[in-house]
Design a binder for this molecule. Structure first.
Ligand code: PEP
Ligand code: MN
Length: 368
């Protein structure tokens, strides 16, 4: 899959040195006091770059808390003024975009339910025309890489070059320990397609509970993701949304202390991506080679049957010499060493003879 993204590297618009980008804050802005005091605690950890809070909440069922609405944007502004943290919120309509921008929100994100709907994404993209604001795009709820990439492209085509992806896991029929199956391979594929695209992991929505968060956080770092968005609430036990998965700012600080941010050996994510991609190609080829060897053995067995039924010896040395000669010629032309090719063919021949032997020494089915 190819992409048409024109991306500015994360470092050029939000430099976090050699540390991952950390976005943290409550699932929802609930009250001014809850938001501002959480923001202070997060800022005091010295480990958080951006304050997140949902102002408009996409809920599965109506009647649940659907976000505090526009007033929350004023609280975000105050939290930013008092702490110096950048701010981020979810937008799902053109009106959200306008209001969030008017309130000076620094980073917008598109939620998983919105990403799944190209009409919604296009509406948001149209509202972003001519605006210079970073936009992060969560993966769609369903495991569809094209849909995720398509949303990134729609926003990018509106002129947004400060763009990133958020990996928050996928709905899956199979129920596991995760709220949303991480399906790491999809995020890795996206990385393979667009290595310059920053991908931020959202362990909170992948896990759905606090206990699993350290495991997923470490895994995300080991997958060389560029950042984390983690839900943090001053008192998770009374949170109005996603209470089970939120952590206190102190717990967040402990978590961030405990993860090891390993440097990829090469110190070069582009190289690592390329390596993973090439290894994937090798794996595919190896699978094909094994299958083809198995097919070859089946044909050898058939030859065994024919020889048996015609009372001919297994080994016809001329045929074998001829085969080896021709294969070595081909191998030489393809830059494979003669020594390797000879050894490989010998191994193959031995196994082939063993198989034929089995066949020769069993009676034809009709006589059995
Ligand atoms: C959220 O970040 O609070 C949220 C609603 O996430 P998602 O869109 O990933 O479900
Ligand atoms: Mn949430």
């Amino acid at each position: 899959m190819k992409h048409s993204l024109d991306i500015l590297p994360l470092k050029s618009w939000l430099d976090t040195g050699d540390k991952p980008l950390i976005i943290a804050g409550p699932c929802s802005a609930e009250t001014e006091e809850q938001l501002v005091s959480t923001a202070h605690l997060l800022a005091n950890t010295g480990k958080v770059n951006v304050l997140r809070a949902g102002i408009w909440k996409p809920r599965t069922r109506p009647g649940e808390f659907e976000g505090i609405g526009s007033i929350g944007l004023e609280w975000m502004k105050r939290a930013k003024e008092e702490t110096g943290l950048l701010t981020a919120t979810e937008v799902a309509t053109a009106k959200h975009v306008e209001e969030a921008l008017a309130a000076g929100i620094d980073i917008l994100w598109i939620g998983a339910r919105s990403t799944a709907n190209p009409f919604t994404v296009q509406e948001i993209a149209d509202a972003l025309q001519g605006v210079d604001v970073p936009v992060l795009i969560k993966n769609p709820v369903n495991p569809d890489l094209s849909l995720w990439l398509g949303a990134l492209e729609r926003v990018n085509r509106a002129g947004i070059k400060k763009i990133g992806a958020i990996h928050r896991g996928f709905s899956s029929f199979e129920k596991t320990a995760f709220r949303n199956e991480p399906m790491w391979d999809i995020a890795i594929q996206l990385k393979g397609i667009a290595p310059e695209l920053p991908i931020i992991n959202d362990p909170s929505h992948i896990c759905g509970n606090r206990e699993l968060i350290p495991y997923v956080t470490q895994k995300a770092m080991d997958m060389d993701m560029q950042g984390l968005i983690i839900e943090s609430h001053i008192d998770p036990s009374v949170a109005w949304t996603d209470a089970k998965q939120q952590v206190t700012p102190a717990a967040l600080a402990d978590l961030l202390d405990s993860v090891s941010v390993r440097k990829p050996e090469s110190n070069n994510p582009v190289f690592e991506d390329k390596l993973a991609e090439l290894r994937g190609q090798i794996d595919k080829l190896d699978d094909q080679i094994i299958k083809q060897i198995a097919d070859r053995m089946k044909i050898a067995e058939k030859i065994g049957e024919v020889k048996r039924d015609n009372n001919v010896t297994i080994l016809q040395i001329n045929r074998w010499d001829d085969l080896v000669k021709k294969r070595i010629q081909l191998a030489n032309a393809l830059n494979l060493s003669e020594e390797f090719t000879t050894k490989y063919l010998e191994l193959l021949h031995n196994e082939s003879i063993r198989k034929q032997n089995e066949v020769m020494n069993t009676k034809p089915i009709a006589e059995a």
